[in-house]
Design a protein around this ligand. Structure first.
Ligand code: 4AD
Ligand code: MG
Length: 478
């Protein structure tokens, strides 16, 4: 390793008078004197000052935005505003030159679209690197929460033979030669000749396997990538995203909601404390950006106010039926302002409905529970009314659904009926049914979309900007 001290530690320790080596990438070089350098260890750049005439022309000409340097100098108290210490440079080694005219990340504001096209370099920007530092801290915080609460971290398969959500939106996994696919006697694809000897896909959820593990280990959680081939080109959907799925034996729906609420609050509070500088920076960024918007499109609360609001207030809990009544009778519905009118009980809420409930009606995160059985997955526990299931979705301002979960159907006969009514092949789920034959117990769990939580904490507007290399329809670059 190159001998160097991370900028984060230099700024923290303030060892005035000490000589240090610093490595990083040049942000700006002004007046042939002030080099601002960043090494990714923190949000701040370090100002490094060089004495006039102390370096040769060639070295000076190579100190351009984007170039990488290893420099040595003395830590001194800073004269300028905005930083405590600066470096008085004694030696400069150019590690890698850049091309000032071609380097995409210039010291100016770039659009997020442009940065997405340059996703391999966008971690050099303050905004994206802040978001990714927060992403890292959130991930750590999630493990801390579950570890403290006696959960086991389990790893469920990524390649799977079962369709957890019962929807046809999966990526196929095969080693068949696509130009000469083996056919069976009915001219269908012969999966018996494929690598696994059966049809397999990338998982849409680790839930079913997590259930098996919870029904032996008590409380478990998965935290891994999930894949959905739905053609949703929105600012809230990715084809590859990360999901956290806790699963708890002996929990009923209300326990499940309690856990989800305290989990979300813990993460947001913890990350806000750990990443104050990044979140303050993103909050300021957002305020500036919103100034150019018409007043109605601006957020009533700043990012920091929204974060504090969620930490301090109880989430509203409301049944689907009550939420449906509110929506049916609300002004926008009566005046025909919804694209999808709310008339008949049983409809799936669209994002315009969810946003109305959260942003206009309650102005608070909302948990909707007891959804119509017809619009939810086969594994959710049927209520005594036979019409609704013990499902719950948590809806967040500006985002919509952030969590989806349920109490699971633990009664074998009812589960079998649900599987049949949804046209799912019971044979594929033999092991899942076994769990209801041998010591079945009430249990519950939920899935939190990591990127949607990051959207909330960072105030970013597009999910493509909170994952390093997004996968979306027609886009798998990098
Ligand atoms: O509501 P979903 O589909 O629930 C499940 O997959 C359950 N098996 C979870 C469980 O009970 N263990 O997805 C859960 C969450 C959503 O609330 C959303 O936050 C996120 O995953 N999500 C997506 N995030 C980004 N892009 C997508 N395409 C997403 N689809 C779901
Ligand atoms: Mg859902």
């Amino acid at each position: 390793m190159l001998n160097h001290t991370e900028i984060k530690n230099i700024l923290k320790n303030k060892d005035i008078g000490k000589d240090v080596y610093v490595c990083g990438w040049v942000k700006t070089f002004r007046s042939n004197r002030f080099i601002n350098i960043n090494d990714g260890s923190c949000i701040e750049d370090l100002q490094c000052v060089i004495k006039l005439d102390s370096f040769d022309k060639k070295t000076l000409s190579q100190i351009t935005t984007g170039a990488s340097l290893n420099l040595k100098g003395e830590i001194v108290e800073s004269q300028g505003k905005g930083q405590n210490v600066e470096i008085h440079v004694k030696n400069i080694e150019i590690l890698g030159t850049s091309h000032p005219d071609n380097y995409p990340i210039q010291p100016k504001k770039h659009s997020f679209e442009f940065l997405r096209e340059n996703a391999h370099l966008r971690a050099r920007t303050k905004t994206i690197s802040s978001v990714l530092r927060i992403r890292s801290e959130i991930s750590y915080s999630i493990h801390k929460f579950f570890n403290k609460n006696n959960f086991y971290y389990v790893h469920t398969p990524i390649i799977t033979g079962s369709d957890a959500e019962g929807a046809g939106e999966m990526f196929k996994v095969t080693t068949h030669n696509l130009k000469e696919i083996p056919k069976d006697e009915n001219n269908g694809i012969d999966f018996s000749k494929d690598f696994f000897g059966k049809e397999t896909n990338l998982t849409v959820s680790g839930q079913l396997e997590a259930e098996a593990l919870a029904l032996g280990m008590g409380k478990v959680y998965t935290f891994g990538p999930t894949f959905r081939a739905e053609n949703s080109n929105t600012s809230r959907h990715l084809a590859e995203f990360w999901m956290i799925e806790p699963e708890m034996a002996f929990y009923e729906l209300s326990d499940n909601i309690d856990l989800a609420e305290s989990f979300i609050k813990y993460i947001i509070k913890d990350v806000y404390e750990k990443c104050k500088k990044e979140i303050n920076f993103l909050s300021e960024r957002l305020l500036k950006e919103e100034q150019s918007l018409p007043k109605v499109e601006r957020n009533e609360l700043s990012l920091i106010e929204r974060i504090n609001f969620v930490i301090e207030n109880k989430f509203i809990r409301i049944s689907y039926t009550d939420a449906f009544d509110i929506l049916k009778n609300c002004k926008p519905n009566k005046k025909g302002r919804f694209k999808y009118p709310v008339n008949d009980w049983g409809i799936d809420f669209q994002s315009e409905h969810e946003r109305f409930l959260v942003e206009k009606h309650f102005k608070c995160p909302v948990v909707v529970y007891d959804y119509p059985a017809k619009i939810k997955a086969f594994y959710m526990r049927l209520n005594d009314d036979k019409k609704t299931v013990r499902a719950m979705d948590i809806l967040f301002p500006g985002i919509g659904e952030i969590v989806g979960g349920s109490q699971r159907e633990e009664r074998l006969d009812i589960l079998k009926d649900r599987i049949k009514s949804m046209d799912i092949d019971e044979k594929e789920l033999w092991w899942y049914l076994d769990l209801r034959k041998f010591g079945s117990v009430k249990h519950s769990g939920f899935g939190l979309g990591l990127e949607r939580l990051i959207l909330f904490i960072t105030g970013m507007g597009n999910i493509r900007d909170v994952i390093p290399f997004p996968r979306t329809p027609k886009n798998a670059d990098f």
